[in-house]
Design a protein around this ligand. Sequence first.
Ligand code: PHB
Length: 390
Amino acid sequence: MQKRFFLHAIALATVAFTATATLAQDNTFKIGLILPMTGQQATTGRQIEAAARLYMAQNGDTVAGKKIQLIVKDDTSLPDATRRLAQELVVNDKVNVLAGFGITPSALATAPIATQSKTPMVVMAAATSSITQASPYIVRTSFTLPQASVALADWAPKNGIKKVVTLVSDYGPGIDAEKYFKERLIFNGGQVTEALRVPLRGPDFAPFLQKVRDAKPDALFVFVPSGAGAAVMKQFAERGLDKAGIKLIGTGDVTDDDQLNDMGDVAVGVVTSHHYSAAHPSAMNKKFVEAFSKANKGLRPNFMAVGGYDGMRVIYEALKTSKGQGGGDALLAGMKGQIFESPRGKMFIDAQTRDVVQDIYLRKVEKKDGQLYNVEFDVIKDVKDPGKAK
Ligand code: PHB
């Protein structure tokens, strides 16, 4: 009798447990956010996670009747780890969306998982042009290197910069930056006299910068991923390139807002092109910077943060349009074609390419009230990724 009661109780408990689990599953919308939280790209992870949490704090954690659950995983920026974590998130956690992706190899390693499982994959950081072509389930809210580089190659020759040496990290985004900057500079009558590439992992810029000093170009064009800019800037000054009259120019990754304030006077006057500056003078951005800083002990948001914040917006709105029904395909459809105001300015997810179309700004580092900022002085409107035209 006692045994029967016991078994019955277990059965009931199991039913109750399964019911709760199913209910939780049905009412939960899971976002698997894979980021480099440690290692060389750790600032990217810290910025994007903070921005995603800010978006949730400001917009609530219930959307279309679903409770949003953010699952953050650290891939230490190793693509094998990214892929393994994505697989686990899809199979075990049954996430509705994959998001994050601090560097290009991590995004590319995960693309087949997105395709096979029909899971939308929101790339919030990685910026090699070809990424969106690696899976029809990829949507990007960051930027592309061709998008940012071309604007600077238009600006440079009009401003006395004809002879340039390029220095890029030797992988996807660096190769894109080198190629698109060079092609456009030549088109505009300038020349790239030398194209230098430094390893992504543990780079030592000193010997490369010595070469640049000897070559005496009008300017050095730099692409290094977010987090590496301060080291370049420091060694640029230590090798006396600024004193030798060589200008430093680059995509905005090098004067990253996360590090800019600590770079010192060598950064003042550096001209870069990019899609986001913490100093972007819009009401929306002022609010964003203030709220981000307040929630994160005074941290200034950089372009990675804005990619994360807008990525969350794209996910939330897609969930609203699909009313939480129809799975990955319906969600993806709701992401395509979104147009909205971001802290960076107006942005648009091109329904054909699933890539971001946005304004690119020319900016100069200036000191304001003792703080360094990328101050925007010109804008090219609605720039599509030039990499897609080929
Ligand atoms: C990339 O790996 O695609 C990447 C990383 C950091 C950047 C830009 C691109 O700042």
